[in-house]
Design a protein around this ligand. Structure first.
Ligand SMILES: C[S@@+](CC[C@H](N)C(=O)[O-])C[C@H]1O[C@@H](n2cnc3c(N)ncnc32)[C@H](O)[C@@H]1O
Length: 291
């Protein structure tokens, strides 16, 4: 039998300590959870502070739908009625400099927790997406793609002085310049995307996706003012993660990301500052699990 030297013993002791610390950390974190089940954990926290407590290099994929800073008192049309574009206090702009500082902070805290080959998706409109893209580049991420999410049923423009806003942009970026990220090429090429008239069957998935805004059945338990379509998150989860991966959403809202993640066998961590949105997330999760 091979004799264990002092260096091996030291290494083993360090590993045991690391595992113990990870366990303690996990317990502390889970103790703070607003809701927990084996594959779906929610925290009612400010993501910038809270992400600092999550172990480094531990997350496979992040989907972030941050405030777009577009709640400026304007109006739009929904179901034939004039409606305010305001989403909530959390969505108001605090000026270009402060908004950029906010986006830089959360994007930086996300980078620490991502695994080196982990990827982040960031959604936005022109109000926020250029700031997020610049912050990603400054912080050392490698941008992999930008996706144009075309919404064929977008609301009309009331003023008739602008083009009708009918798309959002999603930036997909990897933490580390050199690592190999997950991209399920075949699932994207050969999958069934019948909702998308731009996707031809058995042809490569392109970077323009046509997906309608959330269907009424996605809002059975009430609605989040900026709820993402399930079909959008389903595609992202299937493209950029594998079964058993840990997916995190720092601005989880009604947890569309979590519902797609759990449906396809991934584990989910969601963070939001608003209790009502977390309660809505729990209802959606329980429906998925038939609880
Ligand atoms: C654009 S919405 C996300 C909607 C979500 N993708 C969905 O499908 O329901 C952004 C969310 O971020 C939350 N939020 C804003 N600032 C936050 C912060 N600093 N930390 C955590 N959550 C925050 C808001 O309460 C809001 O629910």
């Amino acid at each position: 039998m091979k004799k264990i030297g002092n260096a091996d013993l030291l290494l083993r002791e360090t590993m045991i300590q690391c595992l113990y610390m990870a366990k303690v950390l996990n317990q502390i974190l889970l103790g703070k959870a607003y809701y927990k089940s084996p594959d779906f954990v929610l925290f009612k926290e400010n993501c910038i502070d809270f992400l600092k407590q999550i172990p480094e290099d531990s997350i496979d994929m992040i989907f972030a739908d941050p405030p777009y800073n577009l709640s400026n008192g304007g109006f739009s049309v929904h179901a034939g009625k004039r409606v305010s574009v305001n989403k909530g206090k959390w969505d108001e702009s605090k000026g270009v400099k402060n908004d950029f500082s906010f986006h830089t902070q959360w994007i930086e805290t996300c980078r620490r927790v991502l695994k080196p080959n982990g990827t982040i998706w960031v959604s936005g409109t022109y109000h926020s997406i250029y700031q997020c893209g610049y912050a990603l580049q400054r912080l050392g991420y490698k941008i992999l793609n930008d996706i144009a999410w075309y919404k064929p049923n977008a609301s009309p423009n009331l003023s008739c002085r602008y083009f009708t806003a009918s798309h959002e942009t999603l930036i997909w970026a990897r933490k580390d310049e050199k690592e190999k990220h997950t991209f399920n090429y075949k699932a994207m090429k050969d999958g069934n995307f019948s909702e998308d008239f731009l996707k031809s069957s058995n042809k490569q998935m392109r970077s323009v996706w046509s997906i309608a805004t959330p269907r009424p059945e996605e809002k059975t338990f009430g609605k989040h003012p900026t709820q993402k379509s399930f079909k959008l998150l389903e595609r992202i989860v299937l493209a950029a993660s594998n079964k058993g991966d840990v997916i995190l959403d720092p601005f989880t809202g009604s947890s569309t990301t979590g519902i797609a993640a759990v449906k396809y066998g991934r584990k989910f961590i969601g963070i939001d500052i608003e209790k009502d949105y977390l309660d809505l997330s729990i209802k959606r999760y329980k429906e998925l699990k038939n609880e």
